[in-house]
Design a protein around this ligand. Structure first.
Ligand code: ZN
Length: 385
């Protein structure tokens, strides 16, 4: 016999105590294998078939696919194993020590979203002795908070396959059927430095960048005129000019300038078309200012997610939770699971307001109702063929 799987509180304590920060800054980035290892032990203890899938090109990172039962349909309960970086000095407790206070569990990853694994396993536990007609799959991914490399690798591998998927990001158990995409892009202007007393001695990257900014702001206006979706709190696509670096001295013509911006497309807007439209607009400035303009994505981008508002899973989740399906502003792995052909929603315990913050917590009163809803979803999708 396998060692018995610990209770919910022990699982939560151990998950929080196991650091798994993912970050594009190398000094923060950590492996997620210890979290994957714990989940694998607990789930195989319950009779799940487990498969650790290393993420190609990302050493020390892996996804876990744990499957109970078999069949062509079934349900995926999915979460990410990583957390964001943290500022320990701003916390009132140790971020890696599960701390009970004010009817809440405090700790890094309690709501975003290691807590969901403990809850999903608790729900699954009720079914281990019953013969499932369709599989229950618990999916644990790597690097959601940085590159989404885990979910991308799954989409590439075409796995896992099931009919329905719930991603347990913190939504206060409101079913989410739609979110915007995320693009982060860079514009580099290469000019030529020279003495400031004579403009013809160089080509000012800053002058050119001034026009680049103007073009991007006009483009934003056009996008917001042409695309709207009133289901979102911010109903238009956004384009934020995030940071700019260039030049060194007042008396030198600026030789190089870089800009980074973030663009949040609505469902139906393609990143490729947006990139093309932007570089087309910036192209003429090269000749005008005698500079080179290079546009590049900072990461591959996250597509927008849009499920049918009346899909089987959306409707069922609405009934079970008493909440109407909503759209949210944050990005998730949902587009990648949807790409695998699953009816997908985002729905989990806790609030996004507490995610990525010091003193992140999961309120006690979120736990039992979540276990109950997940049990009902498992009963519905893994027991009827
Ligand atoms: Zn998350």
């Amino acid at each position: 016999m396998q060692p018995s799987t610990p209770d919910l509180l022990t699982m939560l304590t151990e998950l929080i105590a196991t650091p798994s920060v993912s970050c594009t800054a190398a000094h923060w980035d950590q492996s997620n294998l210890s979290v994957i290892g714990k989940l694998e032990t607990w789930l195989s203890g319950l009779g799940f078939k487990t498969e650790v899938m290393p993420v190609p090109g990302y050493p020390g990172k892996a996804n876990l696919i744990a499957t109970l039962g078999s069949g062509p349909g079934g349900l995926v309960l999915s979460g990410h194993t990583d957390t964001v970086p943290f500022n320990a000095e701003l916390w009132n407790s140790d971020p890696f020590k599960l701390t009970e206070k004010n009817a809440r569990f405090y700790g890094l990853g309690t709501c975003d979203m290691k807590g969901f694994f403990a809850i999903a396993i608790e729900a699954a536990r009720q079914f281990v002795d019953k013969p499932l007609q369709q599989p229950l799959i618990i999916l644990a991914t790597a690097d959601e908070e940085s590159s989404m490399s885990g979910a991308r690798a799954l989409a590439e591998a075409g796995r896992p396959k099931a009919r329905y998927a719930v991603i347990g990001e913190p939504t206060g158990m409101r079913p989410i059927y739609m979110h915007k995409g995320i693009m982060m892009e860079q514009v580099r202007v290469k000019g030529r430095s020279g003495h400031s007393s004579n403009p013809s001695l160089g080509a000012s990257a800053l002058d050119a960048m001034h026009s680049v900014l103007g073009e991007l702001i006009s483009f934003r206006k056009e996008l917001q005129r042409d695309y709207q979706n009133s289901d979102f709190a911010v109903s238009v696509p956004t384009l934020n000019l995030g940071c700019i670096h260039g030049g060194d001295n007042p008396n030198r013509i600026c030789g190089a300038c870089e800009l980074e911006y973030d663009l949040r497309p609505l469902p139906g807007m393609s990143a490729e078309n947006l990139r093309e439209a932007i570089s087309k607009r910036l192209q003429p400035l090269q000749q005008q200012f005698g500079v080179e303009i290079i546009t590049e994505p900072l990461f591959p981008g996250l597509p927008a997610f849009h499920n049918d508002k009346h899909s089987e899973l959306v409707t069922t989740a609405e009934k079970l939770t008493g909440h109407q399906a909503e759209a949210v502003a944050f990005g998730t792995e949902a587009p990648f699971l949807q790409e695998l052909g699953m009816d997908t929603i985002v729905m989990g315990p806790g609030s996004i307001d507490q995610a990525h913050q010091p003193d992140e917590y999961l309120a006690f009163d979120q736990i039992k109702p979540t276990v109950a809803v997940l049990e009902q979803l498992i009963a519905r999708y893994c027991f009827s063929s």
